[in-house]
Design a protein around this ligand. Sequence first.
Ligand code: FE2
Ligand code: FE2
Length: 146
Amino acid sequence: MAQQDATVLLDEDHNAVMRLFEQYKAAHDDNRKRVLAQQICQELTVHMRIEDEIFYSAFRNATHDEELLQDATQEHDEARKLITKLQDTPTDAHLMLELEHAILHHVNDEREEMFPEARKSKNMDLMQLAQQLEARKAELMAAHPA
Ligand SMILES: [Fe+2]
Ligand SMILES: [Fe+2]
């Protein structure tokens, strides 16, 4: 059961995927790159899905900050396009770097803008959202193992 609020939980996902990007850059053989690319794509796909389904919709109901949500959703769409390409060419280091930069930018937006706004809002139960996020993540990971 989640002991931390939803923004901390989501940020742990961010840190985990950043570590995978570092491992990918350090990897020397293509098999290792393929395994890591698969993990990165899966982690990000599940992460964006639980954000879209649970966190972003709660954020929308609480803050009505449509402008911020539109940017974030557009960034998810762009990341998903890169992920689709990477699934065909998982050893393309240049493409992976493009994804890393896109995710870095997006994560910064969440950390600097969306999460502080969520924590300020009186209308979001971040502890309860963390539990929902955790449960949905476990469900999605089980359905689509890396
Ligand atoms: Fe996101
Ligand atoms: Fe995120």
